[in-house]
Ligand binder design. Structure first.
Ligand code: KG4
Ligand code: ZN
Length: 334
């Protein structure tokens, strides 16, 4: 396999319900990108794996074509192809990694297998953002599928410090939104409703002040169900839920930060990082708080291509390129 010659990198993301492709130059400039948020799941109130896999298969070629045309880069000009190989829904991972690996073989360039959590973790280092985040930093990853704190010590060097013991926080947002009769995905809709309410409904703060930095959100969801059944105003329930979630996240992130010696920043990433109340609470923790812009918080392929460039530059390749539904951030290596 040819080595990376510092040429553009194509990134592919298909681990959940976003079908995305992006082309970055060797120095991390975004040359072209395309993203499709699958709408096929709304009627079911959640992502249906089989539908997601078929939609990735149907739309990925067009997304790749669109990103490459926008970049003005042909397959022969690529220096590497990267795809998310886990964790995520296996059908989509097979589609994205299969297409990516095939293109890499065809072009005679390296295929870079990317961990989805790692892509979120490194996204703030994308040069074009100008955020200039150096290792080590403390990561709070908050998405629909994952909620964890980690020490990010270098490329491929991650230490998971705490995780949720039940629901992911994005999942809690989605479930609370469903209880409030909002559409799916619920996080953005709940944030909009919360803006019209006051945080006056008493809700628990699970794990607040607890040793370590694990999370729990299932009790909060149950309390929301009780408040809704009790007739509390929906906007007030939304505001109260959001305040409780933000306070818990900030408390757990503060605890995690204390476990990362010499941390340069508290970095928040993942879909829930788009929430302004969550960002506000984290900004009050006291450390330098850094979040990617909202469009890079949710799933996207820019972060996948960027993680590949970080790996190619550091000479740290993931040996096992097989798609896998479960894969922690710190399994690992180096
Ligand atoms: O990172 P992401 O796009 O996909 C996963 O890897 O899971 O995160 C999606 C999650 C969903 O649960 C969605 O409701 C939540 O992020 N989310 C939000 C907001 N925007 C997206 N939660 C709260 N407030 C938001 N503004
Ligand atoms: Zn994600």
């Amino acid at each position: 396999m040819a080595a990376w010659a510092g040429k553009p990198v194509l990134g592919i993301e298909t681990s959940c319900d976003e079908t995305a492709a992006a082309v970055l130059s060797a120095d991390g400039a975004v040359l072209g990108e395309a993203l499709l948020s699958q709408q096929d799941h709304a009627a079911y109130g959640g992502v249906v794996p089989e539908i997601a896999a078929r939609a990735h298969l149907a739309h990925l070629p067009a997304m790749i074509g669109q990103a490459m045309r926008a970049a003005g880069v042909g397959v022969g000009e690529l220096g590497a192809v990267a795809a998310t190989v886990g964790p995520g829904l296996i059908g989509g991972l097979i589609v994205g990694s299969g297409v990516g690996r095939g293109m890499a073989i065809g072009a005679g360039v390296p295929f870079v297998a990317i961990n989805h959590l790692e892509a979120h973790a490194l996204s703030v280092r994308l040069p074009g953002l100008g955020l200039d985040v150096a290792f080590p930093y403390c990561l709070l990853l908050v998405s629909g599928g994952h909620t964890l704190c980690a020490a990010v010590e270098g490329v491929g060097r991650y230490r998971t410090l705490g995780t949720t013991i039940d629901d992911a926080v994005g999942e809690a947002f989605d479930k609370a939104a469903k209880l409030l009769g909002l559409g799916w995905p619920g996080g953005p809709a709940l944030e909009r409703l919360a803006a019209a309410g006051r945080a006056t409904v008493p809700l628990p703060r699970p794990m607040l002040g607890r040793t370590g930095c694990d999370f729990s959100f299932s009790g909060l969801k149950t309390a929301v169900a009780r408040a809704v059944a009790g007739g509390a105003a929906p906007a007030d329930v939304a505001a109260s839920f959001q305040a409780a979630a933000a306070e818990v996240l900030a408390d757990r992130a503060a605890a995690a930060l204390r476990m990362v010696e010499g941390a340069t920043a508290l970095v928040v990433a993942g879909g829930v990082a788009a929430n302004a109340a969550v960002r506000g609470a984290l900004a009050r923790v006291g450390a330098r708080m850094v979040a990617p812009p909202a469009r890079l918080c949710g799933d996207n392929a820019v972060m996948v291509a960027w993680a590949a460039i970080e790996r190619l530059r550091a000479g740290v390749a993931e040996g096992d390129t097989a798609p896998r539904p479960r894969w922690g951030l710190a399994s690992e290596r180096v």
